[in-house]
Design a protein around this ligand. Structure first.
Ligand SMILES: Cc1cc2nc3c(=O)[nH]c(=O)nc-3n(C[C@H](O)[C@H](O)[C@H](O)COP(=O)(O)OP(=O)(O)OC[C@H]3O[C@@H](n4cnc5c(N)ncnc54)[C@H](O)[C@@H]3O)c2cc1C
Length: 196
């Protein structure tokens, strides 16, 4: 019993000693030496923010400004670390595929041969079969069954793709594209010269 009382007394005594010595001297010194606040007592982590109370106002403003610039640069460096060579998600795949399809259609021959028309039909059939987003591919197969590819000439094919894309836009609740602007968007650039 007496040893239990002694234990309790000893633990109380040692914890009050710890509080008397708080915060640890080294951290306190570092804090003032380096003019930085610390992220929680004992964490030893330096906050990004310089210690306002450690400086006169002019120095603090200047340090704060330098710190902000440093942080901005760090954010830029981090965004450069986001890789651009990773596998595509559904939206990236969609955007890249539409880019190819619309571009291909505005460069399609004005007067394609029967052979070229057949090749294009097969290409579209293959795309609908192998498009890597399964639900997209299934829907697209139904769409081309109801509205078969129009490969007679450049205009009919590019308008057909525009319609197909608008079908998907509608399904996803997106704004429809004005098909009269196809050539500006995918061939010549906007009339205001913003792509030149
Ligand atoms: C065949 C196919 C089927 C798809 N089916 C689905 C699906 O079922 N579900 C799904 O979630 N996603 C589907 N996608 C992907 C989807 O269409 C989008 O690509 C994706 O959501 C990213 O959209 P976005 O807003 O970035 O622009 P996108 O729709 O990819 O468009 C890219 C650019 O094309 C231009 N554009 C837009 N509409 C037209 C148009 N009608 N004609 C010409 N140019 C246009 C615009 O300038 C736009 O910025 C499909 C893609 C393809 C190729």
């Amino acid at each position: 019993m007496s040893s239990l009382v002694a234990d309790i007394f000893q633990s109380m005594f040692s914890s009050s000693l710890t509080w008397l010595m708080w915060p640890p001297k080294t951290l306190l010194q570092q804090s003032h030496n380096e003019d930085y606040d610390y992220d929680g007592i004992g964490s030893g982590l330096r906050r990004e923010r310089p210690c306002r109370a450690c400086n006169d106002f002019k120095t603090w403003i200047q340090t704060n400004r330098n710190e902000r610039i440093k942080q901005q640069k760090q954010r830029q460096d981090n965004s450069e670390l986001i890789r651009s060579d990773c596998p595509l998600d559904k939206d990236e795949l969609g955007r890249n595929t539409w880019s190819l399809l619309h571009t291909m259609s505005v460069y399609y021959p004005e007067k394609p041969t029967a052979d070229e028309q057949e090749l294009m039909k097969n290409f579209i059939k293959g795309l609908a079969r192998f498009y890597p987003c399964e639900t997209c591919a299934k829907d697209f197969q139904i769409k081309i069954h109801n509205d078969p590819p129009q490969t007679e000439n450049r205009h009919s094919l590019s308008m057909w793709w525009c319609r197909q894309h608008n079908n998907v836009n509608r399904k996803l609740g997106k704004r429809e594209f004005d098909c009269n602007q196809l050539e500006q968007r995918w061939l010549n650039g906007w009339k205001d010269g913003s792509c030149d």
